[in-house]
Design a protein around this ligand. Structure first.
Ligand SMILES: [Zn+2]
Ligand SMILES: [Zn+2]
Length: 343
């Protein structure tokens, strides 16, 4: 089969790879679409991979084409998305079904081979089926959409709350979609005019340009008060500051973005955390627990309103164009929200 293999830092090639073995409990999937995550860019360009060679790709959808001897054959031809984390099932967190907190997990496309490949074999346990009416590309947004959904739940975003989202990456926009679905008023803080136009076209009319000085603009929109909830989706000092300053007294800060380095806060911003009694909430991955299955909720959301999500996919590539894909998506001058491989 063809696969896009990271051979070493900066060295991504599309080549023939051996077909995956289907172990007990697993299903063989023909990959149909696989998103390219900003963490994949770091794996390629910033030495962020655990080992080489590695097939990247953890945001995918596909069709089951074969099953292990212990898996019912009716699963063949089902369309699925895949929770990319392979939990140990033994540790304290796994026993509570907090799989994202597992202390001995494996991860498709990061610690082991992923879905930038024509086929992948994964445990049936990790799969969720979706309706044939849903486009494979929109289904492939399920993983980042579940991460965003979890963040919105962690922030207790609900009807009639105001949410200030700092950032315009795929996760930030997905947070905006879910927050709006929950009935919240959404205000974005974004860095450039093109992103603002994109957000306006998605129906997010309240977008404030620029990181610095955004505090007053947010307050002006919200009758002189700040937002109930701020979601930091970038990971820079400047975006963290904007998120904190946008909050009202007693507000909640949700930390979503991966930090680009050590975080530094000005004293006046730190004072705001104290004096305004801000609650800080970290969020990580998504819940796949049987009693709190965010993936099924997200699939229903994608199936119900695919048009809400379609415009996030700004770039599409075939697997043999993987070098071009990574060059384009890492180019700061290129407008992109989500790029993906489409088979
Ligand atoms: Zn990702
Ligand atoms: Zn575990």
């Amino acid at each position: 089969m063809k696969a896009c293999v990271l051979e070493s830092e900066n060295n991504l090639v599309c080549k023939d790879a051996s077909a995956p073995q289907v172990r007990l409990g697993e299903v063989l999937i023909d990959v149909k679409a696989c998103g390219i995550c900003s963490s994949d860019l770091d794996r390629v360009f910033k030495g962020g991979a655990y080992h080489y060679p590695l097939i990247l790709g953890h945001e995918f959808s596909g069709e089951i084409v074969d099953v292990a001897s212990d898996v019912p054959r009716d699963y063949i031809s089902k369309r699925v998305v895949v929770f990319p984390l392979l939990p140990c099932m033994n540790c304290y967190s796994c026993r509570k079904e907090h799989y994202a907190q597992c202390s001995h997990y494996n991860y498709l496309g990061s610690r082991c081979n992923g879905a930038f490949a024509e086929q992948i074999s994964v445990p049936l346990w990790n799969c969720r089926t979706f309706a044939p009416s849903l486009d494979f590309r929109i289904a492939a947004l399920c993983e980042p959409a579940a991460v965003a959904y979890h963040a919105v739940v962690q922030g207790n975003v609900r009807q009639n709350t105001s949410v200030c989202i700092v950032g315009t990456g795929a996760i930030a926009v997905l947070c905006g979609i879910w927050a709006r679905e929950k009935g919240a008023r959404v205000i974005f803080i974004c860095r450039n005019e093109r992103k603002r136009i994109f957000l306006n076209n998605m129906g997010f009319e309240e977008c404030i340009l620029d990181c610095t000085g955004s505090e007053q603009s947010v307050k002006k929109l919200l009758n002189g008060e700040g937002a109930d909830i701020a979601m930091e989706c970038v990971g820079t000092d400047c975006s963290l500051e904007s998120a904190i300053l946008s909050l009202k007294q007693g507000g909640t800060l949700v930390l979503v973005g991966n930090p680009e380095g050590d975080k530094y806060l000005k004293k006046e911003v730190y004072w705001k955390l104290l004096r305004s009694e801000i609650t800080m909430k970290g969020t990580w991955n998504s819940s796949f627990a049987s009693y709190d299955d965010e993936w099924t909720k997200v699939i229903h959301g994608l199936e119900k309103s695919p048009s809400l999500f379609r415009s996030l996919i700004t770039h599409q590539f075939s697997l043999d164009k993987c070098q071009e894909a990574f060059r384009v998506l890492s180019d700061e001058k290129e407008f992109s929200i989500k790029g993906m491989f489409y088979f």
